[in-house]
Ligand binder design. Structure first.
Ligand code: PDD
Length: 279
């Protein structure tokens, strides 16, 4: 892992206990997919990173090309062919005090990478995943990819304990916002893809953005609007998108099967074709 200027073995990689990421979850992160040893869509991830940092007024600790070099180096050192690279930037190390530290305190930078089991991921996708619904209980700025993920942790755990893979947040108006670590999609019986518009209420997923661009080429219709769990259960297909899973079919919501309970045809096609459109 890369930690504040040094490459270290994972077991020796650690941060100061006064790091504001540890004390206050005062930091942001990115997760990118690695495929064939390449980091997928890195420029878009770095663009979103800049958005997160600037919204929280954390300084960019180095130029983006330098960050990119470090990320590639960590991937190389870990010999990852298929997996993920994780980047975290916090407001740095300072004596615990809620207000920002002095401007001279440098942000902390951590990068790690690990292999994922491709066959296992494909197998999960072949069967499709179950989701549960869960009350939206996050702050209203989830467009910022902050490391403050306690509500996401609790939602994911609730899903696991219910024998499901993901939890879909449902807002006070009864509409799905997104998953605890993914964006939520449905496909109507007319073949229209529906996902919520990227406002402050969801994280603007990179996988989601790539897919939206791909849909135009594939001549599929997109509607960016909220949908209810009921509409999702009655939909023709459903899926989630995230860098670590790309397009992952959803076959059951709150114990109710979607269509015939197997991954949908369009969803499978989108999963197969995704990397033609990813950078
Ligand atoms: N999660 N929504 C939330 C709340 C997420 O945490 C993520 C990603 C997404 C999908 O974004 P993208 O397509 O850019 O990965 C949507 C990452 C993978 C994670 O926390 O591990």
């Amino acid at each position: 892992a890369y930690v504040n200027g040094c490459y270290k073995n994972m077991r020796d990689a650690s941060v100061n206990i006064e790091d504001r990421g540890f004390q206050f979850a005062d930091g942001v992160y990115e997760v990118c997919e690695i495929r064939g040893g390449r980091i997928v869509d890195l420029p878009r991830h770095l663009g979103r990173l800049q958005h997160s940092l600037s919204e929280l007024r954390i300084a960019l600790p180095m130029a983006l090309p330098a960050l990119s070099v470090i990320m590639h180096e960590v991937v190389r050192r870990n010999r990852v062919n298929y997996g993920i690279v994780y980047l975290q930037i916090t407001r740095g190390v300072a004596r615990r005090d809620h207000g920002f530290p002095a401007a001279s305190v440098p942000p902390s930078v951590v990068v790690s990478a690990r292999s994922l089991n491709f066959a296992k991921n494909q197998n999960t996708a072949a069967h499709g995943i179950k989701v549960i619904t869960y009350p939206e209980n996050r702050w209203p700025r989830v467009d910022i990819k902050s490391v403050a993920l306690l509500p996401n942790v609790l939602a994911k755990q609730a899903a696991r304990e219910a024998g499901a893979y993901e939890a879909w947040y449902v807002d006070v108006d009864g509409f799905v916002t997104e998953g605890s670590s993914s964006n939520a999609w449905i496909i109507t019986h007319d073949g229209v893809l529906v996902t919520r518009a990227a406002t402050d209420a969801i994280l603007s997923g990179i996988t989601r953005a790539v897919l939206i661009d791909a849909l135009a080429t594939m001549q599929l219709t997109l509607e960016q609007r909220p949908f209810t769990p009921q509409e999702a259960i009655q939909a023709a297909e459903a899926f989630v998108t995230a860098s670590s899973q790309i397009v992952m079919p959803v076959v059951m919501i709150d114990g109710k099967a979607i269509a015939d309970g197997i991954p949908g045809r369009i969803t499978r096609k989108l999963r197969e074709e995704f990397h033609r459109f990813a950078l």
